[in-house]
Design a binder for this molecule. Structure first.
Ligand code: ATP
Ligand code: MG
Length: 248
């Protein structure tokens, strides 16, 4: 099985509110249709969900109307994407809100069976960053990045990838860092910046931190540019793209 996350920065205009990039979604659907293995797809929500989560400060407090409009927005994007994917292969929405209970920001309970059944039946499950109920905080945000690491640690996939809007993790000069290991990461604290979009889940640094958890368990992963045509196909074929995150 392959786990792939497509960033919200790829399928939405991230500095606007609720603007989906339909053309990119169609191109991505075509590239994904070349898959030879089972695929679990996760996507970020970009300008769907992040603006609402920020407006209602869902990272730091419970807010019932905020929770509802954030979940609704994230689901809206998911349905747009899944409808496009279904023009190429069977794909089904699975919303984290419906199947996850968190506690203090961490996933406590998850109903995995829906994913397993979909995969067994040759259907691609498509899940996304979302807000979920939290036993301590009332609500918490579970990012697509976090879902990638959680699923990868639970399901031992063959390959893990995160497609985003830059060529990989970039150094001070803007060049792609070919490889990051837990040891190397300690020297890289100054390369991360905030882009000024609505992102509430840590951007590139957040991604690397999640993927280092996998590296520690011996699971290699890639951060690459999914806006660049052909990269998703390369990743699916097992070619090296972008930055690889692996153990020392
Ligand atoms: N050192 C770095 N190298 C590359 N990108 C960086 C770095 N530091 C910060 N960034 C920012 O991180 C962004 C990618 O993270 P972001 O979370 O916005 O993407 P995404 O995962 O595709 O979107 P989403 O979170 O909506 O799924 C880049 O566009 C860039 O602005
Ligand atoms: Mg992000």
């Amino acid at each position: 099985m392959i786990i792939l996350k497509i960033g919200g920065s790829v399928i939405t205009e991230k500095n606007l509110v609720e603007r989906a990039k339909i053309g990119e979604m169609r191109r991505i659907a075509k590239e994904l249709s070349k898959k030879k293995e089972d695929l679990l797809l996760i996507h970020g929500v970009g300008s769907f969900g992040h603006p609402q989560a920020k407006k209602y400060s869902l990272n730091t407090r419970f807010h019932a109307p905020g929770l509802c409009v954030t979940h609704s927005s994230a689901s809206r994007l998911n349905h747009i994407f899944v409808d496009i994917l279904n023009n190429h292969f069977p794909a089904v929405s699975i919303h984290p809100f419906d199947i996850i209970i968190a506690e203090d920001g961490e996933i406590r309970k998850i109903f995995f069976e829906a994913f397993f059944e979909a995969l067994r039946k040759g259907i691609v499950p498509v899940t996304h960053g979302d807000v979920v109920f939290d036993l301590k905080k009332g609500n918490s945000i579970i990012s697509g990045d976090k879902l990638v690491s959680y699923f990868a640690l639970s399901l031992t996939p063959k390959r893990v990838g995160m497609g985003t809007n830059v060529d990989g993790v970039l150094d001070e000069k803007g060049e792609v860092i070919k490889e990051i290991t837990p040891e190397r990461f300690k020297e890289l604290q100054n390369i991360f910046f905030t882009s000024g979009t609505h992102d509430v889940t840590g951007e590139m640094k957040g991604k690397v931190i999640e993927l280092l958890k996998l590296a520690e368990k011996g699971i290699e992963s890639f951060i690459f540019n999914a806006l660049q045509e052909g990269n998703i196909e390369k990743f699916l074929r097992g070619e090296r793209v972008g930055t690889v995150i692996r153990s020392d």
